[in-house]
Design a protein around this ligand. Structure first.
Ligand SMILES: C[S@@+](CC[C@H](N)C(=O)[O-])C[C@H]1O[C@@H](n2cnc3c(N)ncnc32)[C@H](O)[C@@H]1O
Length: 264
């Protein structure tokens, strides 16, 4: 079965079990399933939300390689080639590791989580929850397809930046900013969200797995100026994170989440 057909089959199976997949059958969601061997994604009925783990096994030559030599998310991030050329990735891992060992290449950023988009209907309510104004500088750490910084600049005129480790997503976001006519306000950079300088931000937006968000709050808060806010949203409990200043359940259209705000 081809990658695309298998992703469709997974989506169909979720639907027939009564779950409406959330963003799974978007281009980004499908690419995430195909590129990472195992990815969490979320599906739901009207009143139950579940996390689903897709196990993705390589086929063909990739299946014969020991696990340690199979391409990882870092390899896919280091080189971006069209799907028909994906066998090239089988060579990427040994070459990348060699280059890193010999100091010719910076180690790729560790992945903080897979690409899943904030549902479009939630963008407005989340920005309102952040009390965003035209004076703010918003930074989305792990910006995916760039929808949040773009909507922030479009709706309030604020400056916004997205930091994303996947160069393919950064190109996609830059194109979307051009289409939305906000390139004078929004920038997207390839970088490691865990090591980014956030001192110029007045609002930091985080949509990452709950355990990752929990460990990022304190170091990010320490780097921000008084009056800044950190906004995170997740459907899982944020155990281990400092208590938020405000938490709010948000439902809009087909989207629902729990938003948290830390006022610095
Ligand atoms: C759940 S998505 C959120 C996307 C976007 N912020 C949104 O709300 O629609 C998390 C994003 O973080 C990115 N990411 C993961 N690890 C990263 C890292 N170390 N540095 C930068 N981006 C990273 C992923 O590629 C993915 O696009």
């Amino acid at each position: 079965m081809s990658d695309g057909a298998a992703a469709n089959a997974a989506v169909d199976a979720l639907r027939s079990a009564g779950f409406e997949p959330w963003e799974t059958d978007s281009v980004g969601g499908r690419a995430a399933i195909q590129r990472l061997s195992s990815v969490m994604t979320t599906a739901r009925t009207t009143d139950v939300t579940v996390a689903v783990r897709f196990r993705w096994q390589p086929t063909g030559v990739g299946r014969l390689l020991p696990r340690a030599l199979r391409p990882t998310a870092a390899d896919y991030g280091a080189l971006d080639v069209p799907a028909p050329l994906w066998p090239v990735y089988l060579l990427t891992r040994p070459l990348r590791l060699l280059a890193e060992r010999t100091g010719r290449r910076e180690p790729a950023p560790a992945s903080l989580g897979p690409f899943l988009s904030t549902p479009a209907e939630l963008l407005g309510p989340l920005l309102e929850f952040a009390s965003l104004t035209s004076e703010d500088v918003l930074v989305d750490v792990g910006s995916g397809d760039g929808r949040l910084p773009i909507e922030a600049a479009r709706s309030t005129g604020c400056r916004a930046k997205g930091i994303e480790h996947d160069p393919g997503l950064v190109s996609q976001a830059a194109l979307a900013a051009e289409t939305a006519g906000v390139t004078d306000k929004v920038t997207f950079v390839v970088g490691d969200a865990a090591r980014a300088d956030l001192s110029a931000a007045t609002v930091v937006f985080i949509f990452l797995p709950a355990n990752v968000t929990a460990r990022l709050i304190e170091p990010i808060a320490a780097s921000l100026q008084p009056g800044s806010r950190i906004i995170a949203h997740e459907q899982h409990a944020l155990s281990g994170a400092p208590t938020p200043s405000v938490s709010l359940a948000i439902g809009a259209g087909q989207g629902m989440t729990v938003a948290h705000r830390w006022d610095i």
